[in-house]
Design a protein. Structure first.
Lengths: 127, 127
DNA sequence: TATAATAATAGTAACGATTATCATTATTAC
DNA sequence: GTAATAATGATAATCGTTACTATTATTATA
């Protein structure tokens, strides 16, 4: 079973465009509500399906935080900070990526594809 | 509302004892099935409630992996490797903790309480 | 440009992990 | 022993996500 040819979809591109324009690492639900304003017929299932597909195509990345998936159109190496008070996600300026990536080679656990580093605490606003 | 006094519970200690004796980072369901052999009346809700309580008391740690909570009675600083094929979790010998912990001070995002580093890939068995 | 093939959709049902509820039971302080 | 209350077991409810299916949109080709 080779992978099916992908057809253009207005919904998919609207979802991608929405995610690309924001920096708050939204959930599927948040993207859904936002894009629905533009495409009222939009279905939540369509959002999930396309986010998953965009992720497979490496046009975005996902990370699970607090049991919920958060999406990020920035696929560059960077880490996140989760505020346990307001539950918002922030980008960090952590530059340990290369360091940890190098270490991945020596973990002796198997083949490391990627890694994810998440910081937890209380953001400036909430302090 | 001050925190309620905690009473002894056979179930809670059995759950903690079970988790302490294993190194496979089980889910609540797995702990439930295991402890139920010893306490047949055990309820899944009781397992969740006590795991959450033990976590608050810092007797164990949780991390969400693949959308599911995994528990670990080893509260020492260490990181994990998740095999995307068999979906098992392994401890790693990564020793970047101090390095990342130091960096936490300089993130300029607020107050960092802790961090979590997770590696993803394919384990030796599955390769 | 019509037609045929099929990918994508909307709507909804189903699912799995977790949390909440509540009457009953166990622990503890007196 | 008795009263106060924390913890339990059973089950219902919730929430994020996935699966299903009839219909619609896209695309290749005649």
């Amino acid at each position: 079973m080779s992978k099916a040819i992908q057809k253009f979809s207005r919904q998919r591109e609207a979802i991608y465009k929405n995610l690309s324009s924001r920096y708050d690492h939204p959930t599927a639900e948040q993207i859904y509500l936002d894009v629905k304003a533009e495409i009222p017929s939009l279905s939540l299932g369509t959002v999930y399906r396309n986010l998953s597909q965009l992720c497979t195509d490496n046009r975005l990345q996902v990370f699970n935080c607090g049991g919920i998936e958060h999406f990020d159109a920035n696929t560059d190496n960077h880490y996140h900070f989760f505020c346990e008070s307001c539950r918002k996600l922030y980008d960090t300026n952590s530059d340990t990526f290369k360091f940890i990536d190098d270490e991945s080679e020596n973990l002796n656990v198997g083949q490391v594809r990627t890694h994810n580093l998440m910081f937890y605490g209380t953001c400036k606003n909430c302090l």
